[in-house]
Design a protein around this ligand. Structure first.
Ligand code: ZN
Length: 409
């Protein structure tokens, strides 16, 4: 995507500010003459910022303003190693709320809506982001946080909540509970804003179907404000992202080279206005593509595609990149196949062999399905695969999507 002049000016001013004072980026950009960055191409030669760099800066090494300007911190979950701490200034907090309220607007939420917020509050950025955005818009926030399904449903009914904000798994749990209790007609839900996990088309259809609501995907990460830096619109063709606050690139995860618009790779984000902890060329590990052209909704904001997975989940076989989302999509469009699968890649007698184990629905013809999935895999993904149909429930259930692909080469 072409960097606009305004984006370039903002990046340039930010780089100058960052190297002019002690801190993370003066260290990181040591030896680079910032004055020589004169174009998008020059910018694309600057080093990336990695999550590992952020961890090493623990606790407050990323802080780029004097102590008196920091009003809050958030932290990404430290499932592996040190957590990352992100300091926010008052302006950062406000900018985030502006972006988030723009997300609600894109989803058609108005100040007459009542927004039930089930993501968590605290160090984690989710809950408070949903809340500040709703308040800025002028809607009524119902700050539930996660869990306590009994209370959630009671508040949802009594307060006539119209918008549900949740992770896909929690939305599904609530949808199933609502169906089980037969209380749908006591609720006023119209829209769901679903974030923070990758979710397949089958799960989406189940949530939308059970609840009879429109669903919107929201995007974000703690390192870059939090959720709310992008959202899908009513046309459901990718997520609009706020390029007046952020600059987006997509690079080949292996080489780091910038990819042309439309090609899937790793999303890289540069903040344009962030004060507390600006980031330059941050590798998100999220796989997506920049969607060329304008959205039919008319929004001037560019789009990224639904997140296709994490770079850690991507495997390369015979020169072809395979993303778990491609397999999700393929199975979702194949009648008789369930959404549960395992892909194993072995190296046998000098060549790579892929085996896809798929749970199939009761009554489905295993042999015919095996042939059909083989055919579709070859034509859509571009390589041959061995298919092994198994009955529903045969594969282990795991919270982690990564466990679905196992590379044994
Ligand atoms: Zn749109």
């Amino acid at each position: 995507m072409k960097m606009t002049e305004t984006q370039f000016e903002l990046i340039k001013a930010q780089l100058e500010r960052l190297v002019s004072r002690e801190g993370f980026y003066r260290e990181k950009l040591k030896g680079i003459d910032i004055g020589s960055v004169q174009s998008q191409e020059d910018f694309e030669r600057l080093p990336f910022t990695w999550k590992g760099d952020l961890r090493e800066a623990y606790p407050l090494g990323l802080q780029a303003v004097p102590d008196g300007e920091v009003v809050r911190i958030h932290s990404s979950s430290g499932t592996t190693g040190m957590p990352v701490i992100i300091p926010y200034t008052a302006r950062d907090v406000e900018d985030w709320a502006i972006m988030f309220s723009r997300c609600y607007e894109t989803a058609g939420v108005t100040k007459l809506d009542r927004v039930q917020i089930t993501p968590g509050y605290g160090l984690w950025t989710a809950g408070i982001g949903f809340q500040s955005g709703a308040e800025r818009l002028g809607a009524m926030a119902i700050p539930m946080g996660p869990g306590n399904t009994e209370k959630q449903l009671q508040m949802m009914a009594d307060l006539k909540a119209t918008v549900l904000c949740a992770t896909s798994s929690y939305a599904l749990l609530l949808a199933e509970e609502i169906a089980r209790r037969g209380i749908r007609d006591r609720l006023c839900l119209k829209k769901g804003i679903i974030g923070s996990e990758r979710w397949g088309e089958k799960m989406r259809r189940r949530i939308a179907g059970e609840l009879g609501i429109e669903l919107y995907d929201i995007y974000g990460l703690t390192e870059i404000y939090g959720p709310g830096i992008g959202i899908s619109c009513g046309h459901g063709c990718g997520m609009h992202v706020w390029d007046d606050y952020l600059y987006f690139e997509v690079v080949d995860p292996a080489t780091g080279k910038n990819l042309p618009d439309g090609e899937t790779g790793e999303l890289v984000i540069t903040t344009l206005k962030k004060e507390g902890a600006p980031l330059i060329r941050y590798r998100t590990h999220d796989l997506t593509r920049l969607i060329p052209g304008r959205c039919p909704c008319g929004s001037p904001y560019p789009r990224i595609d639904t997140i296709a997975g994490r770079t850690d989940d991507m495997v390369k076989v015979k020169g072809v990149n395979i993303f778990p989302s491609q397999i999700d999509e393929l199975l979702s469009a194949t009648p008789g196949a369930s959404s549960e699968y395992r892909l194993v890649i072995d190296h046998v007698e000098g060549r790579d062999v892929c085996t896809l184990t798929v749970e199939i629905e009761k009554g489905a013809d295993g042999e015919a399905l095996e042939a059909e999935i083989k055919r579709r895999f070859k034509s859509r993904i571009g390589i041959a695969v061995e298919v092994e149909p198994v009955e529903l429930g045969a594969l282990p259930r795991s919270e982690k999507k990564t466990a679905r692909v196992s590379d044994r080469r």
